[in-house]
Design a protein around this ligand. Structure first.
Ligand SMILES: C[S@@+](CC[C@H](N)C(=O)[O-])C[C@H]1O[C@@H](n2cnc3c(N)ncnc32)[C@H](O)[C@@H]1O
Length: 289
């Protein structure tokens, strides 16, 4: 896909403006995550061949950041599905705003639909390409999700799954004790909910066992120099994501309220030092035979 840089930037700008003007957006970290990792998706889709007018499924789309970025690039019919209706409503709002600016590539359409990745509507078994980004790490039954995807992708169609593997993260200098404690509780919470922050290495097996032929596996690296600015986007993302998990971490008894709040205060107030951070996502492209 030939990337139109201006269009890609226009989509990121729309999400950035939305965040700035809607302070009460739930799980703001998800939009920050999409923005922070946007350059990696731009690079990835520069290497992927999508065809005009393909019917694309974005499963577990969240706010639809990826679906909307792609719909600006070429004529695609994208169905963006998520179980959380609040995210879909925001996605629809942003899509409307982009539409008013004449953003979409000729004929492109993004429809937001409520749905469960474990039970994708079988009537729509005609997707040319399914994308599942940062969703498998939250799933307690990845095999069932893969079977569900295999039902709705057409024969000869593709499924691209992208996710993290925490063992591929490096931070220098090491994060503070307060941050490490919070991150440990956050990881334990995700595991307690059936998730897996080491899912990246398992994706190709899940897809292969689900009947797909693996076409490509790659690592999408990202490195950043975190600055001393308080509003550094990587730092904001970390704080927002931990804040959003507070109630669940406390409820699961993974940290006491006092401990959590003290650690948050420390990392919020600590003089942010410069830091090198790198992480990587695993990308698996598979074809339904
Ligand atoms: C970290 S977000 C990723 C959002 C989006 N794919 C992106 O990359 O920006 C994970 C998303 O998966 C969705 N999700 C989790 N389990 C799901 C399920 N069983 N069915 C549909 N969506 C699900 C969540 O609601 C959330 O929007």
């Amino acid at each position: 896909m030939r990337i139109d840089e201006d269009k890609w930037a226009a989509c990121d700008r729309e999400f950035t403006e939305y965040l700035a003007t809607h302070q009460d957006t739930p799980d703001r970290w998800m939009i920050l995550q999409a923005l922070l990792t946007s350059p990696t998706w731009k690079a990835l889709f520069g290497m992927v061949n999508l065809e005009e007018r393909w019917h694309i499924l974005d499963a577990g789309c969240g706010y639809g950041a990826l679906a909307l970025a792609l719909a600006g690039q070429m004529s695609l019919e994208i169905t963006a599905v998520d179980e959380n209706v609040r995210y879909l409503q925001v996605g629809e709002y942003i899509a409307g705003s982009l539409e008013n600016k004449g953003y979409f590539a000729g004929g492109s359409k993004v429809s937001f639909e409520a749905g469960d990745i474990y039970a994708l509507p079988p009537g729509e078994a005609n997707y040319d390409f399914a994308i599942v980004r940062f969703v498998y790490q939250h799933l307690s039954d990845p095999h069932r999700a893969t079977a569900s995807l295999a039902e709705v992708v057409r024969q000869g169609g593709y499924c691209m799954v992208i996710d993290i593997d925490d063992q591929m993260s490096i931070t220098y200098p090491e994060p503070s004790d307060a941050y490490s404690k919070l991150h440990e509780a956050f990881t334990a919470l995700q595991e307690a909910n059936g998730g897996d922050r080491y899912v990246g290495r398992k994706l190709s097996s899940y897809l292969s066992q689900g009947g797909f032929d693996i076409q490509m596996t790659l690592i999408l690296p990202q490195a950043q120099h975190v600055t001393t600015e308080r509003n550094d986007s990587s730092r904001l993302f970390t704080l927002e994501r931990l804040r959003a998990a507070r109630e669940d971490i406390l409820e699961a008894g993974l940290m006491s309220q006092q401990d959590f709040d003290t650690c948050m205060e420390i990392i919020t107030l600590e003089q942010p030092g410069e830091q090198f951070q790198s992480n990587a996502q695993v990308v698996v492209l598979a074809r339904k035979p």
